[in-house]
Design a protein around this ligand. Structure first.
Ligand SMILES: NC(=O)c1ccc[n+]([C@@H]2O[C@H](COP(=O)([O-])OP(=O)(O)OC[C@H]3O[C@@H](n4cnc5c(N)ncnc54)[C@H](O)[C@@H]3O)[C@@H](O)[C@H]2O)c1
Length: 275
């Protein structure tokens, strides 16, 4: 989506060190947020899910210079996570920012009825999309010796039924609760934990959801702002939350969805007249 943000990013994250999980392509929400964090002065390291994505992430990370650390990590593997945080300790020595922009559910669980979700699909969706935040926070916390900000991405399907979102909605509800419990545990260390609940963005993960293009069509019709969000707006909000400007905010789920979540009924222009 076109970036209409023409203002200069303030250097709110000068001297901050960040770790980004979840870049797969230049359309990834993680990439939009990484760009905002880097423009604001943060130095970043990235993980990539596996060899299949290494080249993409390498190419994107190279736009920030030659010495950007990259680590392989499948978040379902404790050994991968342990290696990532050992490498961050070696390369950075400490950490201020962590972005968790990771989710997955088997494709068949994002079609048809929620009622048919298998035990295995339920387990995988929760392991990759919710437990992984806890695992990442546990790895990052000892390195966040100067306080820190942990940020994840959620979706409205955690709060209300969104047809086809199914088990991912239940996993996002778990993720949002995980944000609150982590905020409580890490608050005394001045480590803040928050989520952005984003409106639909056309990414690789989103295209796995049956009927996703209908979502993109519906938001401009229902949201008060009558449009879809811009990924630069996710970057801007993530920058605010990561910076001292968001310093008193933790355990929060902030909607960046052009106000869609605030609507209780579609506008009357969308309702067909009675036959
Ligand atoms: N795109 C949307 O409309 C939208 C809306 C709200 C929230 N979100 C959330 O934003 C986050 C990022 O998704 P995106 O839309 O940018 O899509 P994306 O496909 O660009 O990113 C998803 C990322 O998850 C990673 N991932 C999946 N399984 C993994 C595993 N086992 N180990 C490590 N990494 C793994 C992928 O490698 C990829 O980088 C997700 O949590 C998604 O649910 C997306």
């Amino acid at each position: 989506m076109e970036n209409t943000n023409t203002t200069t990013t303030p250097r709110l994250l000068e001297g901050k060190l960040g770790l980004v999980f979840g870049v797969a392509s230049q359309r990834s929400i993680a990439w939009a947020i990484a760009q905002a964090w880097a423009e604001a002065g943060a130095r970043l390291a990235f993980t990539y899910q596996g060899e299949r994505l290494r080249e993409n992430v390498e190419e994107l990370a190279a736009t920030f210079g030659k010495d950007v650390p990259l680590y392989p990590c499948d978040v379902t593997r404790d050994s991968d996570l342990a290696a990532v945080f050992a490498n961050v300790a070696k390369d950075f020595g400490k950490l201020h920012l962590l972005l968790h922009s990771v989710a997955f559910a088997p494709k068949e669980a994002l079609e048809g009825q929620f009622l048919d979700t298998s035990r295995e699909a339920f387990r995988i969706a929760h392991d990759v999309s919710a437990y992984s935040l806890l695992a990442c926070a546990r790895g990052a916390a000892p390195l966040m010796t100067e306080g820190g900000s942990i940020l994840t991405l959620s979706y409205y399907g955690a709060e209300k039924v969104v047809p086809h979102y199914n088990v991912m909605g239940v996993a996002k509800a778990s993720l949002e609760a995980t944000v609150r419990y982590l905020a409580y545990d890490l608050g005394p260390k001045q480590v803040r934990v928050n989520a952005i609940s984003a409106g639909p963005v056309n990414t690789l993960a989103a295209r796995g959801i049956s009927g996703f293009t209908n979502m993109l069509r519906l938001y401009p019709k229902i949201s008060p702002m009558q449009r879809n969000i811009r990924t630069s707006e996710l970057g801007g909000t993530a920058l605010f939350l990561a910076s001292d400007w968001g310093g008193g905010i933790t355990g929060e789920v902030l909607h960046v969805d052009c106000g869609y979540h605030a609507m209780g009924m579609p506008p009357s222009s969308l309702l067909k007249p009675d036959a």
